[in-house]
Design a protein around this ligand. Structure first.
Ligand code: ATP
Ligand code: MG
Length: 419
């Protein structure tokens, strides 16, 4: 074979793309119904946006970023996530000047240098939604509600919403110290990476997949026991609002999320169908991110959905491919031009019409109509056409009817366009 794609970078082929379009269309409908507006941001940013925004001691910044020096000598990074870029855009264009509350969403590829495997790629797509400018817990619940509503709308079942509170600048350091003290006594059980994490970011040990690390952390203190009064009240209100919206949730005190910028509410939606890569989406509140990247004190909350993982969970029985509405079979020389003319007219009416470009035999044209799964075939036989008639065949029930050639476009539009 000649040149192939890079490992971890995928083509999304026409046979798959219907699912992607369906998911994106549904996301737009749902999000815009909740008052979110699309924003499109660059794929490349200054490296410091991510190292400062996401945090130096995170998996992403430590080892997963595609960073390079461009010809001008600056350090640039292919975005590993979208929140930091969206926050940058909000600050840079002073979107808060119009209204401090911004509800934004975006779609697009993210890049992380990870070991490719099922559900884990180096270029993968996310759907992101963020609310900037509201610290009130009501919005936490609203964002989660929108997320769950969207996932149900695309047909996902067996979902579990897990929530936790990670505390704030006041109470999290106390938890961190408590956790560190607890784990220091068990440090002999920790893997090499976690020995290091113990010093730099002990919360990340929760995410480690190594068995002995999981054992070490099994009885670790819970963040909920360390929350300050304000964080406690915030979290109670989030739970109350979720219950008011009839949303079931599971408290997961071990869910800490990999990014430094999260504060207070953190959530993940896991699917029982995904095996080990079971997080479809994650998100949370990040009231310190803006200060990290721009100095303003603006709260934020949002989520990112992994497209590939979401798509792998779509209902298997749903049809996403658009098959031709009509195939025009025109075997005779004299009818070929008519097929071309009619197809053009039907295309303008939005009716997906195919016909044979090569003038093959009727049998071979019918075979192709079958292969393409056309719903109807219009047979333009030379003899029938002379009599001013054509035959329309319904491929599902094989029934046939004769139609007059005059005003075929109108008749077909009515017949085929409707169902
Ligand atoms: P994980 O724990 O699986 O590495 P994460 O915490 O790094 O996930 P986030 O940064 O929260 O993931 O990204 C949100 C979502 O993006 C994830 O829930 C997942 O669906 C998806 N995602 C993250 N990394 C990848 C990847 N390398 N390939 C495909 N999808 C990914
Ligand atoms: Mg990750």
């Amino acid at each position: 074979m000649g040149i192939t794609a890079i490992r971890g970078f995928n083509d999304i082929l026409p046979s798959e793309v219907g699912k992607w379009q369906f998911v994106e269309k549904t996301a737009r409908e749902v999000f815009e119904g909740f008052g979110f507006a699309e924003i499109r941001i660059p794929i490349l940013e200054r490296t410091e946006l991510f190292s400062r925004g996401i945090g130096e001691a995170t998996d992403i910044v430590e080892k997963e970023m595609y960073t390079f020096t461009d010809k001008g000598g600056g350090s640039l990074t292919l975005r590993p996530e979208a929140t930091a870029s969206m926050a940058r855009a909000y600050l840079e264009h002073q979107l808060y000047a119009f209204d401090p509350v911004a509800k934004l969403y975006c779609f697009g590829p993210m890049f992380r240098y990870e070991r490719p495997q099922k559900g884990r790629y180096r270029q993968f797509y996310q759907i992101d939604a963020e609310v900037f400018g509201v610290g009130n817990p009501v919005v936490d619940a609203e964002v989660i509600l929108m997320l769950i509503h969207f996932l149900r709308r695309v047909g996902l079942e067996k979902l579990e919403l897990q929530i936790n509170s990670l505390g704030c600048r006041d109470c999290r350091p106390r938890y961190r110290e408590g956790l560190k003290a607890f784990l220091t006594e068990k440090s002999f059980q920790l893997c090499e990476d976690c020995q290091r994490r113990l010093q730099t970011n002990p919360l990340r040990i929760f995410d480690c997949k190594v068995q002995t690390c999981q054992e070490a952390i099994a009885d670790a203190p819970k963040v909920s026991d360390f929350l300050c009064g304000e964080c406690d009240t915030h979290f109670d209100k989030v739970k109350e609002c979720l219950s008011m919206a009839n949303l079931d949730y599971v408290l997961n005190p071990r869910m800490v999320r990999g990014l430094d910028y999260y504060t207070r509410t953190a959530f993940e939606v896991v699917s029982y169908d995904l095996g080990s890569q079971n997080a479809v989406t994650g998100g949370g509140r990040y009231d310190n991110l803006f200060q990290e990247i721009g100095g303003l004190d603006i709260p934020g909350i949002g989520f990112a959905i992994g497209m590939e993982r979401l798509i792998s969970l779509l209902p298997k029985d749903k049809e996403f491919i658009r098959y031709p509405d009509l195939f025009i079979a025109a075997p005779g020389k004299g009818t070929h031009g008519e097929a071309y003319r009619l197809a053009n007219q039907l295309h303008l009416e939005g009716i997906h019409t195919e016909f044979d470009y090569e003038g093959k035999s009727l049998k071979s044209q019918m075979r192709r109509a079958d292969k393409l799964k056309a719903r109807y075939v219009l047979i333009l036989g030379e003899e029938e056409m002379k009599k001013g008639r054509a035959v329309l065949r319904n491929m599902a029930d094989k029934s046939q009817e004769e139609l007059p050639i005059d005003n075929l476009t109108g008749i077909l539009k009515n017949k085929i366009g409707k169902d």
